[in-house]
Design a protein around this ligand. Sequence first.
Ligand SMILES: Cc1cc2nc3c(=O)[nH]c(=O)nc-3n(C[C@H](O)[C@H](O)[C@H](O)COP(=O)(O)O)c2cc1C
Ligand SMILES: Nc1ncnc2c1ncn2[C@@H]1O[C@H](COP(=O)(O)OP(=O)(O)O)[C@@H](O)[C@H]1O
Length: 311
Amino acid sequence: MDIIPLTYPHQLSKENLPATVAAIGFFDGIHKGHQKVINQALNIAHNTHKQSAVITFDPHPSVILKGKIEDVQYLTPLEEKAEQIESLGIDRLYIIRFDRKLSQLAPEDFLAHFIIGLNVDHLVAGYDFTFGFKGAGNMNNIDELLPEPIEVTMIDKINFKDQKISSSRIRESILAGKVEEAETLLGRPLQLTGEVIHGDKRGRTIGYPTANLMLDKPYFLPKIGVYAVEVDIDGNTYFGMANLGYKPTFSEQRLDPKIEVHIFDFDQNLYGQKIKVIWKQFIREEVKFAGIDQLISQLKQDEMKIRQYFS
Ligand SMILES: Cc1cc2nc3c(=O)[nH]c(=O)nc-3n(C[C@H](O)[C@H](O)[C@H](O)COP(=O)(O)O)c2cc1C
Ligand SMILES: Nc1ncnc2c1ncn2[C@@H]1O[C@H](COP(=O)(O)OP(=O)(O)O)[C@@H](O)[C@H]1O
């Protein structure tokens, strides 16, 4: 997949670009609804022997329009968004820099410059996609705003349990620890990868060694607590129990939560290895124990409960 960052104005000329079917949207999370839009563009491109593209924006418009500093918590930060889009099989990804100048572009100029100007002759978007100054362009008036006619395909909203699948709904699910619901809405497992680093070497002394992770990129983390997890090591899947938190029994810091996982029926050195952790179910809140014996007896209960969950 070619990744092409664009600003307004860009210097590309239509004549040098292939006829393209493009899906457009912010697409944070690349969830099931987004996948439907992108897959529709892919199918049309395949059937009409054209190139496929995704057109997206960075940063999120709210950063510019609502003056939020760049601390929007993305479900898929740009790098992961690009990876997800690539995995769907898209040929090129245009990333339009969303700045003040872009936000002031009239809807018809947006289409002329970023749709017609990129040789897009078939555009696919969700029913609620808006574009141009004050979001005045939308899927109802797009035909009148296009400087020349092209095909436009609108994808209806998709629901889960009578509610629209949206990035904000998924964010809420994850923050509430509802990781199985997030998996359903995302249409893929909620997971992260990191390198196993050294901890305090306490785990082995209490019968529960834990692989401590240094994450390889920023992730949208679930609620603090203990989870049943699947662990992927070199393509092999194991079951385990993870703690996402601060180890309040041993530490006072509350700023930077850490992830560690005890893998069932496993006894190998993992330091320096990359492992993948897939969140399966929230088990309990993290607590500050009076001492190490209370922690151990709770870990035994967690293990029983989680082994049962997986059996
Ligand atoms: C399943 C699981 C649950 C845990 N729950 C708690 C907890 O509720 N409170 C806490 O202070 N630490 C908790 N821990 C963290 C342990 O304190 C930690 O694994 C232990 O101190 C070993 O740390 P080390 O890997 O740095 O040696 C949990 C760890 C695991 C694997
Ligand atoms: N079942 C297991 N689950 C997790 N790590 C294990 C397991 N068995 C062995 N290990 C190894 O032990 C290390 C964790 O032991 P621990 O005493 O908790 O040390 P640390 O505090 O450095 O994480 C892991 O990084 C890994 O290399």
